[in-house]
Design a protein around this ligand. Structure first.
Ligand code: ADP
Ligand code: ASP
Ligand code: MG
Length: 533
């Protein structure tokens, strides 16, 4: 990778210093330069060179996060090492790594198998995981000392896995605490591999378990960072390494409570780890390396002809992530909201690309709509019908019931007569939400024979995202016209309170068609560049 590419995320810094130099040079009259026999351009470069020699440039701190596919096997890890090595000219990198792709799924499957007492499946999964990591180590690491050291680290981790699964098998109970401990093992295996691969290339590196750095509350499976403590620990542990020119390689996805119990930040949570660490270390920027060229106009697995968005705002990115764009964990932007730290999304497999820059206020591009996303695995709950006429405070009681079970309402729409309310929640909490609502309204509906609280899990939300959507006329009309032409029935519609999204509900079977039709109609794709605006 050439320096020009590596300079992309840091460009503003360099730009700022050159501008200063230019300003002071422009202060010199051209006659003064002429009389000294120096042409203006030469003089400028001369000053720059001198300044460089006098004051070695302090390199900025950059967090670089590599996702599961980026460290999927030995060849991928070798690419990651190339990228980090090239980065050393530009910045002091702090590397955050996910588990090798698919590993966390296998660990969760092993934990579930242990819960049901299925020893054979547990053993089979761990055997495969051991072979996968040993194979990668064998290809990447040649020094016998390093090989011995990593073999010892892996042995200890697999011993721990064995003990955790044996305990679970014995009790036939998988507590959230045990599930976090087991699912944390993937990152604890991948990090020593990446650190050792860097060392093989002569890059001083240190593998660090984020359980020593990221302090969280005790909400296992969706832990939240305690930023003050995290900041203190990061400064004490990570800064001294950077000062010595050592690249810290940290586990994504995991943290620990003040008492030292392992927690996880939620599936796909290494993006969140990266920005937590970026905020804690006052990083200049955070670069999330993945398997796509950046934030795309829609998930490329669902729609052909997508394009890469050069720049997008925090709000747009957060909205896309909230509505299912897997490229970012939904909480990724939270830790940097205050600092305004830029986040870049770049492709490990095409590092020459510029990627997407996510900034507090990205410039508006064209007609407002930037991208689409879809979220399946949701359930539509309908509360209503004639029996609800005259039932007091329906909305308030619905919100109370769902918040009591911590069910996030992803979309809500209400008919004007208040007789019918549609709400959409994640399918994981739908059962308890329906139960809770039926209990809440039981006495109001005791005399009615009809079913007033129903649910449908075969639906999906499609979201259209862009800053100031409300200001752009005709978007809804065009979109719904296109959906109608393609026979997609829209079940419910909501405009996000942030004015940054319009979301609508369709049958699960129609998601792909809905995305293709909307993407085409709004001119978001490559093939649409000539379409009417
Ligand atoms: P990583 O392993 O790097 O964390 P993920 O699989 O979590 O990667 O996220 C990257 C994936 O997100 C892409 O491969 C792509 O299929 C999916 N994706 C969904 N929506 C988008 C979007 N709008 N832009 C880019 N990628 C998206
Ligand atoms: N390894 C974790 C997962 O698969 C975290 C991540 O990849 O971001 O969910
Ligand atoms: Mg991810």
């Amino acid at each position: 990778m050439g320096n020009s590419q590596m300079a992309i995320p840091g460009a503003p810094e360099h730009g700022a210093s050159s501008a200063k130099e230019q300003k002071s040079l422009h202060g010199l009259g051209s006659s003064a330069l002429k009389s000294a026999g120096i042409r203006r351009q030469e003089a400028f470069h001369g000053v720059l060179e001198r300044r460089r020699a006098e004051r070695p440039r302090k390199k900025p701190l950059r967090v670089m996060k590599f996702g599961g596919t980026s460290v999927g096997d030995a060849a991928c890890i070798a690419r990651v090492v190339d990228i980090i090595q090239a980065e050393l000219h530009e910045s002091n990198p702090v590397v955050v790594v996910s588990a090798m792709s698919g590993v966390t799924n296998k660990l969760v499957a092993a934990a579930r198998a242990a819960e049901s007492g299925d020893r054979k499946t547990v053993a089979r999964i761990f055997e495969a995981l051991r072979a996968q990591h040993e194979q990668a180590a064998g290809i990447l690491i040649h020094s016998s000392v390093r090989l011995k050291r990593i073999a010892c680290t892996m042995r200890n981790i697999f011993r721990e896995a064995d003990a955790l699964c044996k305990g679970t098998i014995l009790l036939r109970e998988l507590t959230p605490r045990a599930l976090d401990a087991i699912s944390s093992l993937g990152e604890r295996l991948s990090v020593p591999l990446v650190a050792a691969a860097l060392a093989e290339r002569g890059v001083a590196s240190k593998a660090i378990d984020a359980t020593d750095l990221v302090v969280t509350d005790s909400s296992h499976g969706k832990a939240e960072p305690l930023m003050d403590l995290t900041r203190e620990r990061c400064k004490a542990r990570v800064r001294p390494l950077l000062d010595q020119g050592i690249v810290p390689v940290l586990t994504g996805f995991i943290g620990a409570t003040v008492e030292g119990l392992v927690t996880t930040l939620g599936r796909n949570g290494s993006d969140y780890s990266a920005t937590i660490l970026g905020a804690a270390l006052d990083a200049q920027d955070v670069v999330i390396w993945s398997d796509v060229d950046g934030v795309l106009t829609v998930d490329p697995r669902l729609v052909p002809g997508v394009t890469t968005i050069p720049e997008i705002s925090y709000r747009e990115a957060a909205e896309l992530a909230y509505f299912g764009a897997k490229v970012l964990h939904p909480k990724t932007l939270r830790p940097v909201m205050q600092s305004g730290t830029p986040i870049w999304i770049r492709n490990t497999f095409a590092p020459q690309g510029r990627g997407t820059k996510i900034t507090p206020d990205a410039h508006l591009s064209g007609g407002g709509v930037k991208a689409l996303s879809a979220i399946g695995d949701v359930t539509l709950i309908t509360v209503g019908g004639p029996g609800f006429a005259g039932v007091p405070g329906v909305l308030g009681r619905i919100f109370q019931t769902t918040s009591a079970i911590q069910a996030d309402i992803l979309l809500i729409s209400q008919s004007s007569s208040q007789n019918r309310i549609c709400l959409v929640v994640s399918s994981a909490v739908a059962g308890s939400a329906v139960e809770g609502l039926r209990r809440e309204f039981a006495s109001d509906l005791a005399l009615e024979t009809a079913e007033h609280i129903t649910f449908d899990p075969h639906v999906a939300i499609v979201a259209v995202v862009g800053e100031k959507l409300r200001g752009v006329s005709g978007i809804a009309g065009r979109m719904f016209g296109a959906l109608d032409r393609d026979n997609v029935n829209v079940i419910a519609i909501a405009q996000g309170s942030s004015e940054c999204s319009i979301s609508f509900l369709v049958a699960q079977k129609d998601v792909k068609t809905a995305l293709i039709a909307t993407h085409r109609e709004l001119g978001l794709g490559v093939q649409d560049s000539t379409a009417a605006p």
